[in-house]
Design a protein around this ligand. Structure first.
Ligand code: SF4
Ligand code: SF4
Length: 92
């Protein structure tokens, strides 16, 4: 039986503090207010409520720095469809 302390916290988002400049765009756009701003100026936002994430990917889309923030789950609001006759796969 797993002890309570061993249960891993679900992290839908990963921020690389080495790349993040603390601009706060991800904090502003998140529709569920998952982040808290960093305490220090220029620091990375804090993932305060990871269980609230809708996996929309908006925080990743708005980030100006490639790789500073990543979505670790499949985006839910993306469109994906397949052409029946040719089998072509389109993902937006
Ligand atoms: S994926 Fe969407 S809901 Fe989740 S932290 Fe980013 S902006 Fe917020
Ligand atoms: S939008 Fe990107 S660079 Fe700006 S605070 Fe969020 S992760 Fe950091």
């Amino acid at each position: 039986m797993r002890q309570k302390a061993e249960v891993e916290r679900f992290e839908p988002i990963a921020i690389d503090p080495a790349l993040c400049n603390g601009c706060g765009r991800c904090v502003e756009i998140c529709q569920v207010d998952l982040f808290l701003p960093a305490k220090e100026k220029g620091g990375s936002p804090i993932l305060a409520y990871p269980d609230e994430c809708w996996h929309c990917g908006d925080c990743v889309d708005v980030c100006p720095l490639m790789g500073a923030i990543r979505l670790l789950t499949m985006p839910k609001n993306r469109v994906r469809w397949k052409r029946r006759d040719t089998g072509e796969d389109f993902s937006l």
